[in-house]
Each structure stands twice: as C-alpha cells, then as structure tokens.
Write a protein that binds this ligand. Structure first.
Ligand code: ADP
Length: 481
C-alpha cells in the first residue's frame, strides 16, 4: 500500500516511494511511503506560510478542542498504533504502547497550554506608563525528527507548535514514516485546518536541508545526531532562524559503594538496554566505585544473561532488534574498537532468530577507561561500559568528563552525595536511584554542552521556543476632565 505526503490539507503523491521494512523481520513490508523532493517541500512550506495568519488568530478554545481531540484519538488507538510502532522501529510492544500513550498525553497537556498562555503586566519605572509582556506565535516551524521515538518526539514538537499558534512542516526520519503518517492522519481527523500541519517524508539531505535553508521557515526544531544538528545550525544561523537542537548523549550513571545493589542493577539494565539502548538518554557510562565494583559487574552479567532478545511483537521479549543493518554494523564496530583499546567485552554477539532481523545480545564493556572511544562517543545501541572510580570525587569528575551533558544518574543511599551530585553534575536532567532514561512529559527536557542548543522542550517551558516575546509600553494619558 502507498502512503502519501500531506500538503495544504490534501494527500499528495511523491515523486518516488520507499519501502518501509520491519527491523524484526526484513520480509515484512509495512508499506511504501512517498519521498518528497525539494520542490514538494517548498510547496509544503508555502502552504504553512499561507495558513499561518488565520491559525495564529484561532481562539484558544478551538486550539484546545483540536489538540485534546487528537490526544483522545491517539489514546483510543494506543494498542494498534503501538503495534505499528513496534513493527516499524523495533522496540518491544509494551514499550511501544507506552510511547503511544505518552504521545496522547502530550497532546492533552498542550491542549491545556493553549488556554494557559499568559503574559505579564508591570508598572513602568517612568510615570504614566504601564508595561506589558506578551507572547505571540512565531510563524512557520520546521520539525525534523529521529527514528528512535517515532510517536513521542513528533508529538512533543507538533503539539506545542500548534498550541501556541504556529503552522508547521514535519519531516520524520526515513526509517519511521508509518508513525508519522498515522499521526498526521489523526490530526487531520481531529480538525486541524488545511495547511496548518504539513507532512513531507523523504531524505534528510533533501527535505531536511530544504527546511533549514528556506527563508520562509522561521524556526527549526531538530532531534538527531550532533553531526546533522551542526549542519542544520550552519544553514539556519545565517538566516537568523530560531533554533532548538536536541542531539547526542553519553550519559553517566554513578554507582557508589553504599548503593542498593538491586536498585542500581535495575536502573542500569533499564537505562542501558531497554529500547535496545537506542535512546539519547541511555546510560552508556556506568561509573562504579571500588567497593561495589566486582559485585555490581557480577550482578549485571547475571541479569543480562536473563534478557530475552527477539522479535519486537513477540510476548516475553525484553529487547527488540537494532533499528537497521547500518546501526548493527556500527554497534559491532564499536565493540571491536573497545576490545582493541583493552576493554573486556561481555555479550554483544549477533543472534539468529526465526525471522530476518537485526538481533544482538546486549553488551557490557568492563575495564573501560575515560580516554577510550567507547567512553566518549555516542553508540546508540545496547552497549554500556563500566568505568571504575576510586571514590565519589573521582566518579563525579569522570561523569563530567564528556562533551555531552544530557542526563546523569547516581545510585546511592547517601543524601549528601545525592545532593552534591545533583548540584555539580553537568547535565540538563539528573536521576537519583532511577534510570537516566525515562522522563515525564510535563516538565522540561534537554541538556547542556554539546547535547542541546536553544530553549528546552516539553512542559510549559516549550513556550520559550514556540513563541516570540513582545514588550509594550502603554501611556494611557491623563484622565479626561
Ligand atoms: P540518525 O543518525 O539518528 O539517523 P540524523 O541526525 O541523521 O540521526 O537524523 C535525524 C533527522 O535529521 C532525520 O529526520 C534525518 O532525515 C534528518 N537529516 C539528516 N540529514 C539532514 C540534513 N542535512 N539536514 C536536515 N535534516 C537532516
């Protein structure tokens, strides 16, 4: 079956179509999805531009109704959309259903945000004047998303864009057009007017680049790799576009001697390997102090041996496939590099299953050192490394020894260490006795250093990016006699 792009309120054929294959089973074709070229992307941008003035004027109640309705439709179809997500991206069915649920909740949250948007009124420092600070929609937003959360990430960009009165062009990752198409179909059903939401599926270097380079796009929100983020920034900054970039992570999880071993192991198994380790908040550097190190490694290996890897739609599978052949090769290459650098690799073997999928056992690199590539570069697979630290001070220094700063965790029973870590770790999000991955939808998401650029996503902080601030000075004049 063929799935088209959505431009100006109409489904539009692409110049070409691309087959969308299941990473658990390469013989399972999900559908053929339209590929936009630069010309069609330009039409989508023009449609968003034309729709902007009217949408910016739509009442908060109407925006609420549409977003709330979209949230309800998503939640009602949670199981079916979860199956599509698991089939297309490869996370397990429970993980996929949970992600769809989260997407629905995000739309509901931002429905409320449409009503809650407020400004400020201040007295002026000059007599006779009043000052107002108000927020306005910013215009046409380009949304460029990755494959690892194909429902939740588009939701947390599309919902605030609409809530605050913007129109948009949405370009999903090449590997997950199915979820994007379903989401846009739901928005259409929920009553979004033509031209307000436009879907252009296709290659990043074509569609994404065209969105970044177009002077008709006022802002770009991107989630993906550091390399692509830099390219987008290079294209957008000369045009003075507003930018929001969420890029990589190399998230540390510190395990101190006094940690509850069971809590620490569960947090690390979840943080490192759930969703096949394909999360920008995944725990990839497990920094363990000397007194618990050997016990922790033994417990991790025992727990890892019990993890069942297989087809994402099979019951009782803990870990689905890697997303595609290129990522699988990349994961294996990182394990080779880790071995060559002196790390001891446990697990990581390629696995055969009944279907042609990209299966590998989760891997733990013991004896990693801070200078090794496995400790510095984002892998984006089910691979974690263990760094041994003498004490808390060294562990904190190691945690901060990274160009990234997205999420960071600590497992300890010590309130003073937890409090010190919270204050001094260089990360946008801190988890105490909890996995570095797994976040709420109503609070800010984002990082520091090379992980993120621009205002935070999610929660009411999302308004920083999706609105423009205006300061008005009002001289009411003297009261008429
Ligand atoms: P990943 O390695 O996870 O695929 P990417 O950063 O390559 O991460 O992809 C994230 C998103 O960025 C995808 O939608 C992709 O198509 C898009 N993209 C890739 N190259 C470019 C580019 N040059 N300009 C804009 N977007 C791009």
């Amino acid at each position: 079956m063929q799935f088209d792009n959505y431009i100006d309120g109409r489904w539009r054929a692409g110049a070409e179509y691309r087959g969308n294959l299941n990473p658990s089973d390469q013989d399972d074709l999900i559908g053929d999805y339209a590929q936009a070229d630069a010309g069609q992307t330009g039409e989508a941008i023009a449609a968003a531009r034309a729709a902007f003035p009217a949408w910016a004027q739509v009442s908060p109640q109407q925006r609420f109704d549409i977003l709330d309705g979209a949230g309800s439709l998503i939640l009602a179809r949670r199981e079916e959309l979860g199956r599509l997500l698991a089939r297309e991206e490869g996370k397990t069915l429970p993980e996929a259903i949970a992600e769809v649920g989260r997407a629905g909740q995000i739309f509901k949250f931002f429905a409320g945000e449409a009503l809650r948007l407020h400004g400020e009124i201040l007295g002026s420092v000059r007599p006779g004047l009043n000052v107002e600070v108000t927020r306005e929609p910013l215009g046409v937003v380009g949304l460029i998303t990755p494959w690892n959360f194909p429902m939740a990430i588009p939701a947390w960009k599309i919902a605030p864009a609409l809530a605050y009165g913007n129109t948009l062009v949405f370009k999903p990752a090449e590997l997950v057009p199915g979820c994007a198409w379903a989401l846009v179909d739901i928005l259409n059903e929920a009553g979004v007017p033509g031209g307000v939401v436009n879907l252009v599926m296709g290659a990043g270097a074509v569609v994404g680049q065209a969105l970044s380079e177009s002077p008709q796009v006022d802002a770009v929100s991107f989630t993906g790799s550091v390399h692509t983020g830099q390219r987008i920034a290079a294209a957008c900054l000369p045009l003075r576009k507003k930018l929001q970039l969420e890029m990589g992570g190399k998230n540390p999880m510190v395990v101190l001697d006094d940690a509850d071993l069971e809590v620490a192991v569960e947090a690390c198994i979840n943080g490192a390997f759930h969703a096949t380790g394909q999360r920008c908040t995944a725990s990839s550097r497990l920094i363990v102090t000397a007194g618990i190190h050997d016990r922790f490694v033994a417990a991790m290996l025992e727990r890892m041996a019990a993890l069942r890897v297989g087809h994402a739609l099979e019951a009782a599978v803990d870990i689905g496939p890697v997303v595609d052949a290129a990522q699988l090769r990349r994961n294996q290459a990182y394990l080779d590099v880790a071995r060559a650098e002196g790390g001891q690799v446990h697990g990581g073997e390629l696995l055969e299953r009944d279907t042609r999928g990209f299966f590998m056992r989760p891997a733990l690199v013991v004896g990693a050192e801070p200078h090794m590539r496995i400790s510095r570069e984002e892998v984006f697979g089910p691979i974690a490394s263990i760094l041994r630290a003498e004490d808390y001070a060294e562990a904190l220094a190691m945690a901060n020894d990274s160009e990234f700063g997205l999420s960071a965790g600590i497992c300890t029973r010590s309130l003073s260490h937890a409090s010190h870590f919270k204050r001094h770790v260089q990360a946008g999000m801190v988890m105490i006795n909890a996995a570095t991955a797994g976040v709420d939808y109503h609070v800010p998401f984002g990082g520091r250093k090379h992980s993120s650029y621009g205002p935070r996503e999610q929660g009411s902080h999302a308004r920083e990016f999706y609105t423009l601030v205006k300061t008005t000075y009002l001289n009411a004049g003297s009261v008429p006699a």
